[in-house]
Structure formats: structure tokens, C-alpha cells
Design a protein around this ligand. Structure first.
Ligand code: NDP
Length: 300
């Protein structure tokens, strides 16, 4: 059977990082502003440590300032809020990211909403969610922004396409749906209470899976020729039973890739699909915030 084109998110993300780095260097040349990103991590969660290190390294490679604030997991909410206030007031910092999850004694939403919306490069602040909903310029969550960039690069104009987004989280599903609506798609948001999800998905020209369930979306849920964006990052036991017994894992998406690729026109793989776009969009958002801090329109 004809196989779908696999969308190379890793290559696209590398190109985006290069373009953002070049634009940031022009911004610095013209306005003397070097985009700066502050990442705050509380505690020792190993996955979070890796994410934070990757973010810092990519930021520096793009010629931007990168500060990492590592706090012990005993840090009080009050002290964390004091750090956020200091970063909000620091003119050399244009983006602030607090790595989640935070320790249980800290109220995450109180912390996220303390970040100045203009520096909220994760796009999680309620003001940025509101700006996206009403179509005002703001900062858009990185993962759905990356998905939209891939879709536009692959398909061009999205007007009138039927888009189904499976998942309604505030960080992926909802903002993804808002972005697609902004591109004049006809958008349906599905979730755990949706009836006959397979039939709904089969009507989608664009199918975005952001569920967190390994390989839930099957080949016969996909409309022939559709574009499938798989946001899921799920760890499952290795295929090799010996390695699985040793606790070795592999990463799969929310879509059964081989089945879906036999039907779809285009599909993002996992890994090397949506994942790399998330960090690239974090840099893009930091650059955008730096431009706005001096009243300049970001280069697109
Ligand atoms: P959440 O757990 O916050 O949301 C999952 C959504 O999926 C919910 O809306 C839930 O519905 C829905 N859902 C769960 N089970 C079903 C089902 N059986 N049928 C239909 N819908 C279902 O997850 P996130 O949005 O944070 O993340 C989704 C996935 O994307 C995860 O695998 C995560 O690891 C990955 N991810 C990847 C990123 C990247 O950089 N590529 C970044 C962020 C996330 P309901 O609301 O009804 O409970």
C-alpha cells in the first residue's frame, strides 16, 4: 500500500532554530537587545532535569542568553514567587519558563499566573489563553504552535479543512483547536467522553492526537490522504522481550504509526516529529517577546 510522507519535525525544527538565531542576531544588531530566557526548575525530577538542560543548550546555541535557576524541592511558594517577581523586573530577561511539575506543596497555577504575560513564553498564563481565544497577539503554547507550523509548511492554506483535535488540555488540545480555528478550519474537539471517536476521526482532513494513550488512534480511524499530527510521547516496554524484562523502554505516540501511515497522506513520526518543534518554538517565543519589549514586530 502507498505509504504516507513522514513529516521530518527534527529537520524542520533545526531550520526554525537557525532562522530564529539569525533574526535574534539582527534584533541585537539593530536594537541592542539580546533575547534572554530564564528557566526555573524546582526539585530533582530526572525527566525535568533533561528537558531543562536541553532548553538551556539550544537557547545558547541560538546565540541567546540562557539563565537556569535550580532550586531545591524544599523551596517555599513565597520564595519562588519572589524569584518570579525579580525575573519579571529584569530587563535582560524576555522569557520566563517554570518547568512543571512543581512539588506538591506549591500551587502551580498561582506560580504560572505570577509570570508577566509578556514574558510567558510557555503561553500558559490565563491572559495569553484569553488573547488566543479572542484573536489578539500574545504568546502561544509551544507544542500546538509547532504543530501549526508543520501543518502550514506541509499543506499551505488550511482554510475550510476539517480538523479533529483529540484531547482538550489547556497546554495542547485547546490552544491547538484555537489555532486551527484561526486558520479557518472547521474544528471539532474530542475527549474521553466523545461518542464514536473512530467515525469522528475518519471525517478529519487534519487529525491531531494529544491524548497520552500509546497507539490509541488506529489505521481505520484515518481518512485516506489525511494529515496526521501525533503529539503523544508515551514510554512502553521494549519490543524485545529480553530487553523489556530488563526494564528497557521505547517511545511511541498516540497513533499506531504503521497502520496510520498506510492510509494517511502525511504523518508525524514519534520521536522526531512534534517533539523537537516544542523547544524550537520556545526560542521563537523568546525572540518574539524580546522584539515586543522594544516595540518591534518579530520577523515571521
Ligand atoms: P492530558 O492528560 O492533560 O490530556 C489528555 C486529553 O486526552 C484529555 O483531554 C482527555 O480527555 C483525552 N483523552 C484521554 N483518554 C481518551 C480517550 N480514550 N479517548 C479520547 N480522548 C481521551 O495530556 P496533554 O494534553 O498534556 O498531553 C497529551 C500527550 O501529548 C501526552 O502523551 C504528552 O506526553 C504529550 N505531550 C507532548 C509534548 C511534546 O512536546 N511533543 C508536549 C506536551 C504533551 P478528558 O479531558 O475528557 O479527560
Amino acid at each position: 500500500p502507498a505509504r504516507a510522507t513522514s513529516i521530518d519535525g527534527k529537520a524542520f525544527a533545526a531550520g526554525l532554530v537557525d532562522r530564529v538565531a539569525a533574526a535574534a542576531s539582527r534584533l541585537e544588531g539593530a536594537h541592542g537587545v539580546k533575547p534572554g530566557l530564564a528557566v526555573v526548575i524546582v526539585g530533582e525530577d530526572p525527566a525535568s532535569q533533561i528537558y531543562v538542560r536541553n532548553k538551556g543548550e539550544t537557547t545558547q546555541r541560538a546565540g541567546m542568553r540562557s539563565d537556569t535557576h535550580r532550586l531545591p524541592d524544599t523551596t517555599s511558594q513565597e520564595d519562588l514567587l519572589l524569584l518570579i517577581a525579580a525575573l519579571n523586573a529584569d530587563a535582560g530577561i524576555h522569557g520566563i519558563l517554570v518547568q512543571l511539575p512543581l512539588p506538591a506543596h506549591i500551587d502551580s497555577s498561582a506560580v504560572l499566573d505570577a509570570i508577566s504575560p509578556d514574558k510567558d513564553v510557555d503561553g500558559f498564563h490565563v491572559v495569553n489563553a484569553g488573547r488566543l481565544a479572542v484573536g489578539l497577539p500574545g504568546l502561544v503554547p509551544c507544542t500546538p504552535l509547532g504543530c501549526l507550523m508543520l501543518l502550514k509548511a506541509e499543506l499551505g492554506d488550511l482554510t475550510g479543512l476539517n480538523a479533529v483535535v483529540v484531547g482538550r488540555s489547556n497546554i495542547v488540545g485547546k490552544p491547538m483547536a484555537q489555532l486551527l480555528l484561526g486558520e479557518s478550519c472547521t474544528v471539532t474537539i474530542a475527549h474521553s467522553r466523545t461518542k464514536d471517536l473512530p467515525a469522528l476521526c475518519r471525517a478529519a482532513d487534519i487529525l491531531v492526537a494529544a491524548v497520552g494513550r500509546p497507539e490509541m488512534v488506529r489505521g481505520d480511524w484515518v481518512k485516506p490522504g489525511a494529515t496526521v499530527i501525533d503529539v503523544g510521547i508515551n514510554r512502553v516496554p521494549s519490543k524485545d522481550p529480553v530487553k523489556a524484562a530488563e526494564g528497557k523502554t521505547r517511545v511511541v505516540g498516540d497513533v499506531a504509526f504503521d497502520e496510520a501511515a498506510a492510509v494517511a497522506g502525511r504523518i508525524t513520526p514519534v520521536p522526531r516529529g512534534v517533539g523537537p518543534m516544542t523547544i524550537a518554538c520556545l526560542l521563537a517565543n523568546t525572540y518574539t517577546a524580546a522584539c515586543r519589549s522594544v516595540g518591534v514586530e518579530p520577523e515571521s
